[in-house]
Design a protein around this ligand. Structure first.
Ligand code: ADP
Ligand code: MG
Length: 470
């Protein structure tokens, strides 16, 4: 099997294990550089892929590769920024893994269930799998899992409390979705305290209280968000108490959230509070720094954008009060990135954070652009190289394919791309109007040569030093 076929076979298996979206994101423009002496070298198109692969995909990639070729003992990664869709070694993943027709869900705020029961739509973005488990929310997550497995049996009611933007709604809606996924015949109602109150008021107005009451008898899992808003609403509390008891006595699951624990809900009737305390109460707090970083990385992956680790760390370090705010800052960073096409830097992100937070902590973070663009031009680089090799500049720019001119010419292209980060088209223009495929070819050739040719490596390092383009 040739390298490309082997890589395709591996990716096909990986797609089943780690899903399509991950494969499209993280295996795009990758390739197998070599398979020699049991070592499989994988080429990655961007430096940010390196960490991600090492942490998430190294083990499974090796395991999968061994299925196809038991001789493989190890894998290694190499960043090759010239890898792109146009590279013949790269597999066109989008055509091999086309997007499945997504099932259109009605874009409605509410959904009618059997027996006239209405529930708010559950947001498909919320699931127990994509909830990042941190020490600060582990218990709440575990209790939610249990409830989805054994609704109405353990932890009834389940009461989840904590400040704003810490994942309560996320967990509540995930429970609803998961219960339905396990058993589509279950009647699940998710509602907010506000909607419950409004529904009750209109029931009273239209004299339809019996209908209001009877509909909840059909519900298997009743989920109500932000119960603190029931404070001071005596009639709503009364009616909620009634609903709660009906469900509870029938062995149905009730899940409640609030911004504080039951005993601190001082404006609620004692009997309600003691009902809430009879089940399981768990809190959610702000996840620790590491978990915040994971949340950010997951979001980047979801949005299919690559943001420098330093920048993500800076956001995770600074936003420590709410997950909603954390994601909010990231979304602004992504929006700016997409509008301006310039990679976010610590400095630009600090500006964004300042909009919502007075004090930005810089400790350990450098304001400078993490990817410096050198002031050296292709023309200056050409001068350095021709001087170093003592060959005329006209020959470097000319058409001669003699090795003594060709290699220096290709080396300039390589350095202009990897060190100066100049576009392929512009490099070609500056070097005697060559087209970008010639440049691309030259860069990958030098990259290959550098692996074995010690003299070339020595020369390259000397030129880098000379030109000051580390
Ligand atoms: P709350 O209801 O507590 O105010 P939400 O559930 O609305 O908070 O969460 C705010 C945002 O943060 C949502 O986008 C949610 O998906 C996200 N979020 C909160 N906690 C986590 C977590 N542990 N992992 C992933 N996303 C989270
Ligand atoms: Mg909420």
């Amino acid at each position: 099997m040739n390298l490309k076929d082997l890589w395709f076979a591996i990716i096909k298996d990986l797609e089943i294990e780690i899903n399509r979206a991950n494969v499209i994101t993280w295996f795009k423009n990758t390739t197998l550089i070599s398979a020699e002496d049991g070592l499989l070298t994988i080429g990655l198109p961007l430096p940010v892929f390196l960490n991600w692969h090492a942490q998430n995909y190294a083990a499974i990639t090796l395991k999968t590769a061994q299925k196809h070729d038991p001789a493989i003992k190890k894998i290694a990664y190499e960043v090759d920024i010239t890898l792109s869709e146009k590279d013949p070694r790269v597999i066109d993943l989008l055509s091999h893994f086309p997007e499945k027709e997504s099932r259109k869900l009605p874009n409605k705020q509410e959904m009618k269930l059997k027996g006239g029961v209405v529930t708010k739509m559950l947001n498909p973005r919320y699931s127990l799998e994509n909830f990042v488990v941190a020490p600060e929310n582990r218990l709440a997550h575990a209790a939610s899992m249990t409830v989805t497995k054994y609704p109405g049996q353990n932890y009834n009611p389940l009461f989840i409390y904590g400040g704003v933007g810490l994942g309560k709604t996320h967990l509540l809606q995930s429970i609803g979705r998961e219960v339905l996924r396990n058993d589509p015949n279950k009647v699940v109602v998710y509602t907010t305290t506000e909607d419950f109150t409004n529904e009750l008021i209109s029931g009273i107005k239209t004299g339809n209280m019996n209908k209001f009451r009877s509909k909840y008898r059909k519900v298997d899992v009743f989920i109500i968000d932000d119960i603190q808003f029931i404070a001071n609403k005596d009639r709503t509390q009364e009616e909620f108490f009634h609903t709660f008891n009906t469900l509870y006595e029938a062995g149905k699951q009730v899940v409640i959230s609030a911004d504080r624990p039951p005993h601190e809900l001082t404006l609620l009737s004692d009997r309600l509070v003691s009902r809430f305390e009879s089940g399981m109460s768990v809190d959610v707090k702000m996840p620790d720094y590491e978990s915040r970083l994971v949340i950010l990385k997951n979001k980047c992956q979801e949005a299919q954008v690559f943001i420098n680790d330093q920048v993500l760390e800076f956001i995770a370090f600074n936003i420590d009060n709410s997950v909603r705010a954390l994601i909010g800052v990231l979304n602004q960073v992504i929006a700016q990135y997409e509008l301006e096409h310039t990679a976010p830097t610590i400095k630009s992100v600090a500006e964004i954070i300042k909009r919502s937070k007075k004090e930005v902590k810089m400790v350990g973070f450098i304001q400078d652009d993490p990817t410096p663009h050198h002031a050296v031009t292709v023309d200056q680089l050409t001068n350095y190289v021709s001087e170093y090799y003592t060959i005329p500049k006209s020959e470097v720019l000319g058409e001669s394919r003699a090795r003594e001119y060709l290699i220096p010419r290709q080396l300039i292209m390589y350095l202009a791309k990897t060190k100066l980060r100049i576009s392929l088209a512009k490099i070609g223009q500056s070097l005697g109007n060559r087209n970008h495929t010639t440049v691309m070819h030259a860069i990958s050739k030098v990259q290959n040569l550098l692996r074995n040719d010690r003299q070339l490596l020595y020369d390259t390092n000397a030129i880098i030093k000379e030109a000051g383009i580390h």
